[in-house]
Design a protein around this ligand. Structure first.
Ligand code: FAD
Length: 396
């Protein structure tokens, strides 16, 4: 059985960023990253790919190019965890033991939980599309371009999701696009969300409601998508308050699928009742196994699941793991910081930044709840550079 000082489960945003911070803080650590995918994705740009601003290829790099120098990449999938024996089971190559484990497996997209979705998503002519995967993001732009009249629906599920703002961002872009194409008067735009309001951080709600009103978007809250009938182009929603089923016809249906903790975590002994890796919300250390840490979308950290959150989690986790390694008490506490760049149209954006208490923790001196071109430019051109050249290198 192979042994590494630190095993990182998952080489996505969280896994690579935390590895880079660890190796920057203590060069020479023996770190293995278990990641099956040969490609690494910058997912936040998929909003603008879906809106036709960029090609999806801009979001993709070879995994080999983002593995930090000094770390070992094990191209395999973790099939099971045995935290009692400091062991992870690999799908192909046996098992690995570790002194310390960091779990960073991301969130699972449950396409199969909605009857009719898996067979229609991303297929030409169905009108069913999603920004939520590399495979399907191109279908959003194709569907928007094909839309000349009828109803365009944008859904948000009742489960936790990554980037809580992404379901509404693409709705605003599409509405803007329909206007620019001169078809807006023939297209009804519906935002159908299981949530009971537009956003869960009060500071940004008035500005977002103003966007909804200005764009004449029909917002249907407490509506959870439960079935698609692709042949009839009908979407069935369950009302969260009354349980009543509501059917709507569509020509375009942008789906944010239900999501959950990865299945492998649900049976790992590391998860809470939902399967999220059960860590202290400040130190990110596991509540039962002191040599296990977790960050990112698969963790139990009660904040909005974003890459921006990981930018703050990763250096803190690295400090805390090194503290444990050197018999000190972990003391770098993560405060729940997260950010959601809410694109409100081509060239405008509200940059929401907040903490565990939903208190704004804004970077700039101006009022970030105001729509601005400068913040749109930051998302489109600045943040990707910060991601590839800063975060993934442990420098930002
Ligand atoms: P991921 O980056 O998804 O990585 C998880 C990794 O684990 C993957 O590489 C996967 O292959 C690997 N893995 C899975 N199972 C196993 C296994 N069994 N064994 C080994 N490896 C495994 N964030 C922002 O900050 N701002 C935004 O504007 C923003 N917009 C978004 C828009 C969209 C459409 C989407 C989809 C996401 C957006 N996000 C945004 C969210 C952001 O991309 C995620 O929160 C972030 O990527 C989470 O990082 P992670 O490492 O936890 O998961």
């Amino acid at each position: 059985m192979k042994h590494h000082q630190i095993v990182i489960a998952g080489g996505g945003t969280a896994g690579i960023t935390v590895a880079a911070h660890l190796l920057t803080k203590q060069p020479g650590l023996d770190i293995a990253i278990v990641e099956p995918s040969s490609k690494h994705y910058y997912q936040p740009i998929w909003t603008l790919v879906g809106g036709g601003v960029f090609q999806k290829e801009v979001s993709e790099r070879d995994q080999a190019d983002v593995i930090p120098p000094g770390a070992t990449w094990i191209q395999d999938r973790i099939a099971g965890f045995d935290a009692e024996h400091n062991t992870v089971q690999l799908e192909q190559a046996g098992a690995l033991t570790y002194d310390y484990l960091i779990v960073a497996l991301g969130i699972q997209l449950d396409w199969n939980k909605i009857p009719g979705l898996a067979e229609s998503i991303g297929k030409p002519g169905t009108g069913v599309c999603s920004n939520y995967s590399y495979q399907t993001v191109g279908s959003t732009w194709a569907t928007m371009q094909a839309m000349k009249k009828g109803t365009a629906i944008f859904t948000q599920p009742s489960t936790p999701i990554k980037c809580g703002g992404a379901p509404q961002k693409i709705c605003y872009l599409a509405e803007d696009y329909f206007q620019r194409q001169g078809v807006r008067d023939k297209v009804d735009v519906v935002f159908a969300s299981a949530a009971d309001g537009i956003f869960h951080v009060p500071h940004y709600v008035p500005a977002l409601n103003a966007v909804i009103a200005r764009r004449h978007i029909s917002a249907r809250y407490k509506h959870d998508l439960v079935e698609i009938k692709p042949d009839q182009k009908q979407a069935v929603f369950k009302r969260m308050d009354t349980g009543e089923l509501v059917t709507m016809g569509y020509e375009m249906l942008h789906v944010t699928p239900p999501m959950s903790a990865p299945d492998v975590l649900k049976t790992s002994g590391l998860g809470n009742e939902g399967g999220w890796v059960n860590v202290d919300k400040g130190t990110m250390q596991h509540v039962a196994y002191p040599n296990v840490f977790s960050l990112g979308d698969c963790s139990s950290l009660p904040t909005s699941k974003t890459g921006a959150a990981i930018r703050k989690q990763a250096p803190a986790l690295a400090d805390n793991l090194l503290a444990v390694m050197h018999h000190r008490t972990p003391s770098h506490l993560y405060d729940g910081y997260t950010s959601c760049p809410l694109v409100t149209g081509y060239g405008s954006l509200i940059l929401a930044e907040f903490d565990y208490d939903k208190k704004p923790t804004e970077t700039f001196a101006f009022d970030q709840s105001k729509e601005r071109y400068s913040m749109y430019a930051l998302k489109a051109y600045g943040l990707p550079q910060i991601y590839w050249h800063g975060m993934l290198k442990g420098r930002a």
